[in-house]
Write a protein that binds this ligand. Structure first.
Ligand code: PLP
Length: 389
């Protein structure tokens, strides 16, 4: 008997990253620049807070929206870091990572056929999440020549009468691009003019380098009421496995998302929520020291690629670089597969992040510096061999 799978699910492609890493797992001794998660363990004081809460026997469900204490902490944290004030008990929802937040926000906003714009190359889940929510995914390409910044004119050109939502992700996975506040202000003006809701995934916001401050579009006057701000503790606090994210949005949208969340999820795990309170209230110092380490690695890896003759844009945030490999005469998939087989270095083909990622590979520097140094040497040998062949 063959079980019929729903059309929307059948038509969605498998993640290009997952496929690639199935090959990696069959091989030993690989240096991986492929993984998009911190190589640090969660700081000890955060783990200890979770252990303490377990010892106290706090093991039950929480409020659907999340622990009130955590929502108050999130509200203060968002005010300090993003300069926007959200009412803790009605404008904040604690989710299972930003992943769940993306899903429920899109499902709460879209009617079938509504269009969602997003900048590409982008995080692998955006287009499938839009499709699964019944929407139509419309990519706006961004380019290395523009430092992968999204231009307000490009958005305006892509808008149709069906456009409902614009998804933003700065700093960006996979390019590390960050947006100057002036450019975000121009985008905000376009969204206000065309009555578009902005879904902004700011999961990498703390990982902004060169002494620059992250700036959120939610802070632009007139934007709070049309912005869904998504954030979480996975990246900056090295807490990917705890699965805690959050959404800050206008009350009516939180209520709509809550309907989906309460029936499909109930609530995020209490242990994760207790740990997130500690991270957001007392984790600043640990976060800053991890950020310092990422910044050193970024400086090294950007120089490394450019010295090899692979043009590499200097990203302002996140923990990825996106060097150009099109000059080597291979597609990004061929380049990545051969680099893996011949030199045992794993990178992710740029095409996994949408057609406009072709010609590049994504390398994560959430990997120890000594490993990065060896990886750069091996990539250098690989390129030399390609050039003479
Ligand atoms: N958004 C972006 C841009 C990401 O890169 C990732 C993970 O790689 C996520 C969301 C998922 O975050 P979370 O662990 O909070 O679900």
């Amino acid at each position: 008997m063959s079980i019929r799978i729903a059309d929307t699910v059948r038509e969605i492609p498998r993640s290009g990253i997952r496929d690639f890493f199935e090959v990696v797992q069959t091989m030993g001794d690989v240096i991986s620049l492929g993984i998009g998660e911190p190589d640090f363990a969660t700081p000890w004081h955060i783990r200890e807070a979770a252990i303490y809460s377990l010892e106290k026997g706090r093991t039950g469900y929480t409020s659907n929206l999340g622990l009130p204490r955590l929502r108050r902490t999130i509200s203060d944290y968002v005010y300090d870091h993003f300069h926007v004030r959200y009412e803790p008990l009605s404008e904040v929802l604690v989710s299972i990572g930003v992943s769940e937040a993306i899903d429920i926000a899109l499902r709460a906003l879209l009617n079938p056929g509504d269009e969602v714009l997003y900048h590409e190359p982008c995080y692998v889940s955006y287009a499938p999440s839009i499709t699964l929510a019944g929407g139509v995914a419309r990519a706006i390409p961004t380019y290395a020549e523009d430092n992968f910044i999204l231009k307000a004119e490009a958005i305006e050109k892509a808008i149709t009468p069906k456009t409902r939502v614009l998804m933003l992700n700065f700093p960006t996975n996979p390019t590390g691009a960050a947006m100057p506040p002036e450019e975000l202000e121009e985008i905000a003006a376009v969204c206000i003019k065309h009555d578009i809701v902005v879904l902004t995934d700011e999961i990498y916001s703390e990982l902004t380098y060169d002494g620059k401050q992250h700036f959120s579009i939610a802070a632009v006057p007139g934007m709070k009421e049309r912005t869904v701000l998504l954030h979480g503790v996975s990246k900056a606090y090295a807490m990917t496995g705890w699965r805690i994210g959050f959404v800050c949005a206008p009350v009516e949208l939180i209520e709509a998302m809550m309907k989906i969340h309460q029936y499909s999820i109930l609530c995020a795990s209490i242990m994760g929520q207790e740990a997130a309170v500690e991270a957001l209230e007392r984790g600043e110092q640990s976060m800053v020291s991890m950020r310092r380490e990422y910044e050193l690695r970024r400086n090294y890896i950007v120089r490394g690629f450019n010295d090899l003759g692979l043009e590499c844009f200097r990203p302002r945030g996140a923990f990825y670089v996106f060097p150009k490999i099109s000059t080597m005469g291979l597609s990004s998939r061929e380049f990545s597969l051969r680099l893996l087989r011949e030199k045992k270095v794993a990178v992710v083909p740029g095409s996994a992040f949408g057609p406009s990622g072709e010609g590049h590979v994504r390398c994560s520097y959430a990997t120890a510096l000594d490993q990065i140094k060896i990886a750069i040497e091996r990539i250098g040998e690989f390129c030399e061999e390609l050039r003479v062949s």
